[in-house]
Design a protein around this ligand. Sequence first.
Ligand SMILES: *[C@@H]1O[C@H](CO)[C@@H](O)[C@H](O)[C@H]1NC(C)=O
Ligand SMILES: *[C@@H]1O[C@H](CO)[C@@H](O)[C@H](O)[C@H]1NC(C)=O
Ligand SMILES: *[C@@H]1O[C@H](CO)[C@@H](O)[C@H](O)[C@H]1NC(C)=O
Ligand SMILES: *[C@@H]1O[C@H](CO)[C@@H](O)[C@H](O)[C@H]1NC(C)=O
Length: 582
Amino acid sequence: MLTLSVFVVLMASASVTSQTTVKDVDQKLVEELEARLTQLHDRMAKLSRYTMMQQFSAEERIRMEGDSGVNIIREDRTGMYNYYTTGHVGNSMVAIHDHSDTDRTIGQGELVAVMNGVSFSTQHNDYRLVMASTNSTDYHAVEDIPFPEVPKEVTDKLTVPDQITEMKQWFKAFSDQDYSVRDYRKYFKPVLCYLEGTWTLTDSFDQRFEPEANSWEELTNKVRYSAYTGTKFQSEKLAHLPTTMMSMNSTTGEPQYARWNYRTLCSPLKEDVALGDLRPVDELSYRVATGNSRVFISNDRRGRFVFFEKGVKSWSPIYTKFDRLFHTVPGMNNGPADLNQGSSHGNKVFSVANETDVLLNTGFYHRMFKAEKRGAMGLRRTFRGFNDPTLWVAETTQEEVAPMPLTSCKKVRVRIPNHRHRHVVKVCETEYSRFSYAFPLEILYMTPLLSWNPYNISVHEEGGVDPAAGARSGSLSNKAEAYDGVNNKHYYLTPAQFFSGTSDPADPMDSGTGSVGVLDQSGDLKVTAGSGTRVILPDIQGVGKVRLRYPIAPIHGEGNTAYKELNALKTKLWRENGLNYQ
Ligand SMILES: *[C@@H]1O[C@H](CO)[C@@H](O)[C@H](O)[C@H]1NC(C)=O
Ligand SMILES: *[C@@H]1O[C@H](CO)[C@@H](O)[C@H](O)[C@H]1NC(C)=O
Ligand SMILES: *[C@@H]1O[C@H](CO)[C@@H](O)[C@H](O)[C@H]1NC(C)=O
Ligand SMILES: *[C@@H]1O[C@H](CO)[C@@H](O)[C@H](O)[C@H]1NC(C)=O
């Protein structure tokens, strides 16, 4: 279209006089056309580059305004002062909630996040207890995280009441963090769940994403409509995923576009994380608005935690336990990842964990590295990002991830045969890097409840017997309406008597809060409760409430200099009031 219109303009402007021959005119036209096309090509390339730099400037601005982390969640309250309104805390911290009627679904609502300067919004997340494949490098290959076993001391008991009594002791040991008699650490396993994002070249959505749209265009249109009108699609299955111009082909000037894509994954930790490592953050805006105490909020869904490490109060490039834990999480090459990014100009990248120079496996998430050579400031320890302590990166070779080119040129002297002097020629090389980013969302503990089945209820495979077939709705008294066994979506194995209290103050987003009736293999009705992961378990007699999910998500605003002063002020006020919170 563009070429054609130029041609028409040229036809009109090339004045044809009677003296010139047709051939001359043709030649002149062709030359002029070529010149105009070159000019146009050049302008298009410059304009494309300008667009790319505009996007980069926008990203840089966000990148410098705060850290990678959660920004806000959907507003669900308001009030006279701004701290009455929702920030990252609403009904719960970053919209976490329960789906304990499922085996592996971890409830989490919509959120807006920033990751390495890219601001995006997620759909209603509800992610699953799955990890990056341990043995396949296929794009997005995942596998189920194995559930912990049930202690033999529990299954050895002959009656269900005796099993319940014994199981309570294990929860007490976990809650008290006392492994002297019952070593709960073998059965209560910490899992790190994280948000991962990157620029991709694919046109397809992640399978589990299933947005309320059939194409990217439809998705973007719906998101724009929603933003423009201020309305909401009730499915909450929309996400704002920006598009960017990643690079331009230097020969053709053709831009390469990329789309932002994210997912939430979990990774089982190989070391125990003591509950004392997770210290509550004082969320004053919520506390002041509701008049709740610090203790209240940390035993509530609104609690947020930081990974505390003794002796690491000041922020220097110290390799912490959390760095060690996160470096067990693979990037997008999955478990087999074994990469070592040669940072620019072939300099090697070493691990900060070792005193000696040990190559860093950049295929796993990390936030610092040791450079081969000292930088201009004389330092070898270097953070990823300019100033973003919560930015974790991992290298990948997945073709679906948009590559970032880096061209470096050097002048080389070459001898030309039969010439006395050497000639200087410029030799350019282009290398391509691919990276993904992540920040932690939470540490949750898997417990033996995930597989404990004292009534020996049949667990049907997906696609097998439907426990809720017909009128079956989990009736507590009518066998014809009780669930016929369980499956992953009706995952009720825990004897209801195990809990003495009711569920945590329910969130409208929750599912699986109450007890249900399930038929066992002999057709007897048993009253059971959801066995999936909950933020906080209902009361267990003699134990109390046990928290299983510890949100540790960084908050975008915390990277802002004003928020840093504010947090310092909070600590100063505590200290002046004789409180010494860590
Ligand atoms: C990879 O691991 C999964 C899960 O442990 C297993 O089912 C599968 O057979 C393994 N594949 C290969 C090629 O080793
Ligand atoms: C640029 O385009 C040319 C012509 O289509 C192609 O041969 C070349 O591989 C492209 N370069 C890159 C880096 O994609
Ligand atoms: C480097 O440090 C890590 C973490 O402490 C350790 O597992 C690894 O064995 C060390 N490597 C060498 C070669 O010392
Ligand atoms: C549970 O049921 C299965 C299948 O019917 C049976 O093989 C197994 O022995 C039962 N386990 C117990 C502890 O009763």
